[in-house]
Design a protein. Sequence first.
Length: 335
Amino acid sequence: MHEKRMSPPMSAVGVGLLRKLADGGFHSGEALAADLGVTRARVSQLLQGAGTAGMALERVRGRGYRLVEPPRFLEAASIRNAGGLALDALAIDVVDSIDSTNSELLRRATRADIHGNAIAAEAQTAGRGRRGRAWSAVVGGSLSFSLAWRFEAGSSSLSGLSLAVGVALARALERAGFAGAELKWPNDLMYRDCKLAGVLIELSGDAQGPALAVIGIGINVHLPDAMHDSIGQPVCDLASMQPGRSIDRNAVLALILEELHSVLTQYAVEGFTSFRAEWERRHSLHGKPARVLQPDGSAIDGVVAGVDAQGALLLDAGSNRLRCLSGDVSLRAAT
């Protein structure tokens, strides 16, 4: 979910190979090649991706390969079993590798009603974030997923949606035992001034309704040290919030989808107003000095005064109170 990549994203075949090793047992290169329909040399090449993802791979002559501490991969059934009744209203898919979960839902929307469709991917080859940035993730160590939601009121009422989604994420992480995450306007989750998660919402439909929101979310769960070093901004993961804890990504995603179902259902009726106070309470820069970077490269310094009923940032700059829209500007802590 970041601007830089360490290596090319893993293919579906590569993720499928790691899934076969997820039992922790030894598998011969010959058997793996036969199962996947590739050469043994290709198996060896694909397994280089295990190291990139921070997985320890053991190779023993005559026995084959095994993952020393294999991750628990995402599975639609496991997500559903970990959740409550709210998940019965959602269609949940898991894929090994895809260009972008947002793009896939937008493609499906041209063929069918996809309200309540969720899709998660272990790897994305063309994941994207806000303002044209690329999103990167690590197989077994990230959550990359999208959820489609139809709003009868239309896109004109959705300016605060990314903020409400942030509230849902923060609530879900607290339920999962990861307390202390803060929101950063308009679409990031932070922990101790480091980026933990991001949100990208893409809208289609009419301003007055109905409109379809495709909500893309990327969360760092367990990033390898090499990825921390390669990213051009401070980042953190759920593992750093709870050192030594074994994290079941399926259970975490189930909680997130439950909270999203609740928040989006309420938002469709009440808009952002009912989430405004909670969002401000969770905002990492609320009441603090900040700098707004504008599209022309100029900057405005002020103190964050909160957000309005539409989710626009309110910045007190001297005697003026400015209203900033998320599509126009970026927000930074003052230095």
